[in-house]
Write a protein that binds this ligand. Structure first.
Ligand SMILES: C[S@@+](CC[C@H](N)C(=O)[O-])C[C@H]1O[C@@H](n2cnc3c(N)ncnc32)[C@H](O)[C@@H]1O
Length: 355
């Protein structure tokens, strides 16, 4: 059994500064596995369903959305915590948004590694907070990590360039698709996913697979697999697109606009952790599973996606997975599903799975 990614050590440093309420935490994927019962009640904004659910079970007030802080309706906080994020536009959006929620004198704590860009983020945030006088805890090294804090002096300057983070856009590498920073491969169509769809179409055209009745796009991202598959069918079918990310589901919803009104009405979008809230059987499951969590590779995710497929795939149904060639999908499927490699190309392997 693959082990899940270890807990991010930056979190332990950051939460030393969570203190008594009111504290605001922006929790992206780096907060996976955090023990929310270990800190005083805070307000947590997360775009990850598993993290939002864990924080809610831990007794915190939670907003699950694409880091939209407007729902806080002008509320002010004494402290805000940010583990700097992988995506620069997202990190800039979070620094700008958290700064705007601070009471006068309220502190923003930033933590991350050098390779995560913490030094640049801290410098840029210092500019936004109005200059060096706002630095109340200069960046200090703790093993491989840096931690520092800025205080709201009421003199904020120009915001960091978040490249209009909240807005969906149509990237040049994925013409016709709505996407945005924070979504897997948001600027392009993933080559592995393209190979998967082409293979599935061939199976349908050759009659090797019967036309689907009920389709699941597992880990749908901005919806490429599900929407492309549905757009190619002669008649609408029931379909579910599911992902852990509110950001991904926002884009997937927009991309349903490519489908006929009847097909759109037959699609359900579900925020869930590896489809854990789904129970209906599907005769077709399409999946390009994740293997990263935050900055770490997480082999446990592949296993959980295969386990979800074993639970949700109908007898006689077919799942198609595409993975990078170093992902041990056969091992994850062993004892759960039958599995055959159908195609190897460009560093990807395409697998067919069945009961
Ligand atoms: C490799 S991407 C594939 C995205 C999309 N299907 C495509 O082909 O472009 C994997 C997707 O899994 C989602 N994901 C990651 N962890 C997840 C989890 N625990 N539960 C559900 N989805 C998850 C990510 O948000 C991402 O959209």
């Amino acid at each position: 059994m693959a082990r899940p990614a270890p807990l991010d050590p930056a979190l332990a440093l950051l939460v030393n500064h969570s203190g008594e309420p009111p504290c605001l935490i922006a929790a992206d994927e780096n907060w996976a596995g955090f023990d929310w019962r270990s800190i005083a009640a805070a307000t947590v904004v997360s775009n990850r369903h598993d993290i939002a659910s864990a924080a809610s079970r831990g007794g915190h007030r939670v907003l699950f959305n694409d880091f939209d802080f407007s729902a806080l309706d002008g509320e002010r906080f004494e402290r805000a915590l940010l583990r700097v994020s992988k995506e620069r536009p997202l990190c800039h959006h979070l620094i700008n948004s958290l700064a705007a929620t601070l009471a006068e004198g309220g502190r923003l704590w930033l933590c991350g590694g050098k390779q995560d860009g913490i030094k640049t983020y801290f410098k840029q945030a210092t500019g936004h907070f109005g200059g060096s006088h706002s630095v109340v805890a200069p960046l200090k090294k703790h093993a491989a990590l840096y931690l520092g804090a800025l205080a709201n002096s009421g003199r904020t300057a120009a915001p960091l360039d978040a490249q209009h983070y909240p807005q969906l856009r149509s990237p040049a590498g994925a013409p016709g698709w709505q996407s945005k920073p924070g979504i897997f491969g948001w600027q392009k169509i993933d080559r592995g996913s393209e190979l998967l769809i082409n293979h599935w179409r061939q199976l349908l055209a050759s009659g090797e697979l019967a036309a689907p009745q009920r389709l699941l796009d597992l880990g749908c991202g901005y919806g490429y697999l599900g929407v492309t598959a549905l757009a190619g069918l002669a008649a609408p079918i029931a379909a579910t697109l599911t992902d852990n990310s509110a950001t991904a589901l926002l884009a997937a919803r927009a991309n349903l606009g490519q489908l006929s009104a009847a097909q759109q009405a037959a699609v359900t979008l579900v925020a869930a952790d590896a489809a854990d809230s789904l129970s209906e059987p599907f005769d077709t499951i399409l999946c390009n599973p994740p293997f990263h969590q935050g900055f770490a590779v997480d082999g446990g995710l592949t296993e959980r996606f295969v386990a979800a497929t074993a639970r949700l795939l109908s007898r006689g149904g077919t799942a198609l997975f595409v993975v990078n060639e170093f992902v041990p999908l056969e091992r994850a499927a062993a004892g759960r599903l039958k599995c055959a490699a159908m195609q190897r190309a460009e560093g990807f392997v395409l697998f067919q799975l069945w009961q």
